[in-house]
Design a protein around this ligand. Structure first.
Ligand SMILES: Nc1ncnc2c1ncn2[C@@H]1O[C@H](COP(=O)(O)OP(=O)(O)OP(=O)(O)O)[C@@H](O)[C@H]1O
Ligand SMILES: [Mg+2]
Length: 307
């Protein structure tokens, strides 16, 4: 499932493709105040990085500190993938997105080499390197798989560790299952930035953003936003988007001639999302926490090995 706008670009298959961010943290991502503060701190550190590490020479005594590694973690659908692209936008850098699909299609049998190549492209272009769904990559050692697969995954992780240490740029990891990270990686990450499910204020901002101005409403927009924010407690930004994806066609099907989005459309769509959460599938982080098997499956997928 791809969510960031640029991921919908069909030509974006290469693992090393440089992408131009189309969004910024300031304009396009709803963040809790603590989360925003962490980003501001990290951005401040990046902006002054060259001064500290190169001009002042701190890099001579702190060579490991030359890179900037961030980890965005939190429940599914809270805007981590979105924020990684937006961070590149705010920093005015291009970015390279490396997700499961790139690993699946391009990294088969050659994962370590391709990881090195991604770091090389990022270094050459000053691009931000973004590893999405990174729990797969940074996970603890796999114990319940056959020796061959285990070795290859561990070789890939060693390469990643080496590259991280050589790299002078910005690396962003995102995960909804950070508990799975191996300590070797955790200790190299400078900022761990937590994404939470939005509170009332956050949900109001999300509704305000997603209930775009062109939507014909029956009632006062501010009132609808307040009511929707109150009714969507516990929903993520992605789920609020799903609510609107369902509610809009519902209003149109009901009255194609003179469509009006009514409270009842929003209310019923919220109820549908809640029902789906209860009845269908399992949330990714819950599934992953059940056992090591999710990690093993991800490792197998990454190496192109399926049962
Ligand atoms: N904080 C947010 N601000 C703005 N939009 C959001 C936010 N959270 C979610 N959304 C909306 O939901 C979509 C999905 O969010 P995104 O893919 O960034 O979530 P995620 O945290 O990466 O989820 P996962 O852990 O499942 O990968 C976004 O593209 C956006 O439309
Ligand atoms: Mg994501």
């Amino acid at each position: 499932m791809t969510d960031s706008p640029s991921q919908e670009n069909p030509s974006s298959n290469s693992p090393h493709e440089l992408r131009q961010p189309r969004i910024t943290l300031e304009n396009d991502v709803v963040l809790a105040p603590e989360t925003r503060r962490m980003f501001e701190e990290a951005i401040g550190a990046m902006r002054h990085h060259k001064t500290i590490y190169t001009d002042w020479g701190f890099g001579d005594v702190d060579p490991m500190g030359r890179n900037m590694i961030l980890n965005l973690y939190g429940p599914p659908g809270t805007g981590k993938t979105l924020a990684a692209e937006a961070l590149a936008g705010t920093l005015k850098r291009q970015y390279i997105h490396i997700g499961i699909s790139e690993l699946e299609s391009k990294y088969v049998g050659d994962t370590a080499k391709n990881i090195t190549a991604a770091f090389e492209s990022a270094a050459a272009e000053g691009a931000l390197l973004f590893f999405d769904e990174a729990d797969t990559l940074l996970g603890a050692r796999l114990s319940s798989v056959t020796q061959g697969i285990d070795n290859e995954i561990n070789a890939m992780r060693s390469t990643l560790l080496i590259e991280l240490e050589r790299f002078n740029g910005v690396v962003v990891f995102a995960t909804n299952f950070a508990k799975n990270y191996d300590n070797a990686f955790v200790s190299r990450i400078r900022y761990h930035i937590e994404f939470k499910l939005p509170d009332f204020e956050g949900r109001k901002q999300l509704w305000n953003r997603l209930l775009v101005m062109g939507v014909p409403l029956e009632e006062d927009r501010t009132l609808i936003i307040d009511r929707s924010a109150a009714a969507s407690d516990g929903l993520s930004g992605r789920e609020i988007r799903t609510v609107l994806r369902t509610a809009f066609p519902r209003a149109l099907v009901e009255n194609p001639q003179e469509p009006r989005v009514l409270w009842v459309h929003l209310e019923s769509a919220i109820a549908d999302v809640r029902a789906a959460n209860r009845n269908v599938g399992s949330r990714r982080h819950e599934a992953a926490s059940n056992s090591n098997s999710a990690n093993v499956d991800a490792g197998r997928r990454m190496l192109g090995i399926s049962d």
